[in-house]
Unconditional design. Structure first.
Ligand code: CA2
Length: 151
């Protein structure tokens, strides 16, 4: 059994309460519960965190990464802007999958650029909350010893 981290960034605590047409109607608690269930079904432990602050995300990654095998991160808007988050991910050297609920390529131009995608193992965007579950299934396959569809 491995520990997998799930980190959600700024404003994702508002999920389910506003903009359901963009981000779906699940709350963050709903998503975290489904992800924990899925991780358990796959034989792993999932540790969840949401932070509205860049420093809070960096601190949590530095604390948790040494005992974790993989990370799923929805960096929220910091994915488009944060060199600090990029540096933290490079610094902890934890493989990660970047998830976005919405299709960032079908929205405003500024959402198309990412500070993280080129250092991620992969990125899922636009599949709603299912994106987190697909990321966990991919990670479980990687932890099992490779998988045929991975890098
Ligand atoms: O699609 C995603 O998951 C995003 O990471 C969400 C971020 C956005 O800045 C990224 O470009 C794409 C925004 C999260 C805001 O979440 C809210 C949820 C409900 C109501 C208002 C905001």
């Amino acid at each position: 059994m491995a520990s997998i981290l799930l980190l959600n960034g700024p404003n994702l605590n508002l999920l389910g309460r506003r903009e359901p047409e963009v981000y779906g109607s699940d709350t963050l608690a709903d998503i975290e519960r489904r992800c924990k269930d899925e991780a358990g079904r796959l034989g792993h432990q999932l540790i969840c965190r949401q932070s509205n602050s860049e420093g809070g995300m960096v601190d949590w990654l530095q604390q948790q990464a040494p005992s974790a095998a993989y990370l799923v991160i929805n960096p929220g808007a910091y994915g488009h802007t944060s060199i600090a988050l990029r540096d933290a991910l490079l610094g902890v050297a934890l493989p990660f999958v970047e998830v976005h609920l919405s299709n960032v390529h079908a929205r405003e131009e500024f959402r198309r650029s990412s500070m993280l995608t080129d250092i991620a193992v992969g990125c899922i965007s636009g599949l709603g909350a299912q994106g987190y579950l697909l990321a966990l299934q991919f990670i479980a396959e990687q932890l099992r010893g490779g998988g045929s569809d991975g890098p």
